[in-house]
Design a protein around this ligand. Sequence first.
Ligand code: IMP
Length: 425
Amino acid sequence: MKADVLLGLQWGDEGKGKVVDVLTPRYDLIARFQGGPNAGHTLEFEGTKHVLHTIPSGIFHADTLNVIGNGVVIDPVVFKKEVDSLLSRGVDVRKNLKISRKAHLILPTHRLLDAASEAAKGQSKIGSTLKGIGPAYMDKTGRNGIRIGDLENPRFIELYTALVDKHKAMLAHHQYAYDLSALEPDFFTALEVIRSIPFIDSEYVLNDALNSGKAILAEGAQGSLLDIDFGSYPFVTSSHTVTAGTCIGLGIAPTSIGKVYGIFKAYCTRVGSGPFPTELNDETGELLRTRGHEFGSTTGRARRCGWLDMPALKYAIMLNGVTELIMMKSDVLSGLDTLKVCTAYRYRGEEITHVPYDVVNEHIEPVYTELGGWSEDLTGVTDVAALPDGLNRYIDFIERETGLPVTIVSVGPDRMQTLLRTVLA
Ligand code: IMP
């Protein structure tokens, strides 16, 4: 078997959690391969909303194994909160969750360093979620990090103290005031919760699963335009959010990748700083934000909203080898007479259709194609045949531009508000 991948084609918050949950019955195993508690994957079913940060979105299906892969960074404190919240809703993660020994830990001092680093950047701050993601990945690549497997090492506390001492020196350099003693008790309590979950050599578990014919879905976090290499650097996250990140973050060979589901919103949002060519700072942007409830599920921050950006979408499709598209939040566009889609950029006096190197310092002006909208409310639609003509034209336009089928259309936050446009293999 091959491992399928589902990942975001924009700046995150596309709705990956919801679709992973919908697709989970088709898979034996769901695996997260990058990111950490900067993610907030929201799932809604049976009238209840669930937000997951570190735990894969297949967790509500008791027969599916969920794996936190080596490429993920885990904050035990956030993890414990997730476990407690799931337990209170009758989901015991100890039954179907396993953690890679090679995943890295986020320490309380990583969170402090994130805050200190953002404060030092002043106006040019990235708009980080301040969850300690960047500093934890820095320690990973700097060969200083502490891994889940180290929790099995009797010298764990020595490793912890040595790294915290390094962090204290860095915090002193930043002249950042903090009280670590207020954070450590929660951290050490939460480590015990982590220890109650089986640790695995996930690269073996996943490859064995593939070899024995099990179906795996890799769940991306953040979005392709936040990728450390291909995003609008430096306004990016610290991990590889593209398909290639699956191979690194799970130990799966590129030849083992099957379908790549690329998920995008019918419009665009971005949270945090950084370029956003189609951003709408007007009442249409406000309408998208209000109607789409565009407020961060991790930080509560208002998301910036704008029109669909085709050069950026095509760029993400190219980077990821997307095989099919999933369009989210179509219902939010209902009632708009005219929809704009950016089909090119005006850049340094020329019209271009690629994403240029310098998107941060250069002015990028979107060139729009206008399409008619639709007035119908979509949230009650249960059959693709009942989708309005305006929406079908919008989808046709996207399929023509990208050369890919839009196989799933989402018309609301609930699991049930998901329409398959084709019979999925
Ligand atoms: P960090 O990953 O917390 O360091 O944040 C870096 C940038 O990525 C900031 O602009 C964040 O707002 C953005 N970001 C990180 N995680 C997410 C996410 O899950 N959804 C949307 N934006 C995110």
